[in-house]
Ligand binder design. Sequence first.
Ligand code: IDP
Length: 151
Amino acid sequence: MEKTLVILKPCTIQRGLIGEIISRFERKGLQLAGMKMIWLTDNILSEHYAHLKEKPFFQRIKDAMSVCPVIVCCWEGVDAIHVVRQLAGATNGRNAQPGTIRGDFSMSVQENIVHASDSPETAAIELKRFFNDDELFDYRMNNLLATYAND
Ligand code: IDP
């Protein structure tokens, strides 16, 4: 099992898409291990986007990520990091495949709905960046199919 970080970006909050996007991950069969709303600071954004600090759009993405609070989530499942990246789609919403989150909801590179960790190493670092240990939960999902079989 893997855990991965997803951030619902300010564009998602502003467009009223929170439920729609969370539902994509839920319906896929990922398990929610943690979720909270936070306002990202310049410090945390500089750390989070350090790999882009030489890019001309570095300040612009930091500004865009702090126009309102974001929702950070931890999703868990087999191959969760890869599965969530596949669900998110290509970085540029205009290139992302229809059926992916970015492909269905974004016409932009910057305002592309979600952040998703891109490797096990990054996921471990990013989850620590945004969650304390006691904000992530291990629990068993009820096996509803087994329950239905007894109806
Ligand atoms: P990813 O989010 O698909 O992993 P990264 O290359 O890590 O892509 O870029 C992080 C974020 O920076 C993107 O999700 C996007 O919001 C923003 N970004 C990346 N490239 C550009 C660009 O060329 N112009 C504006 N924003 C960009």
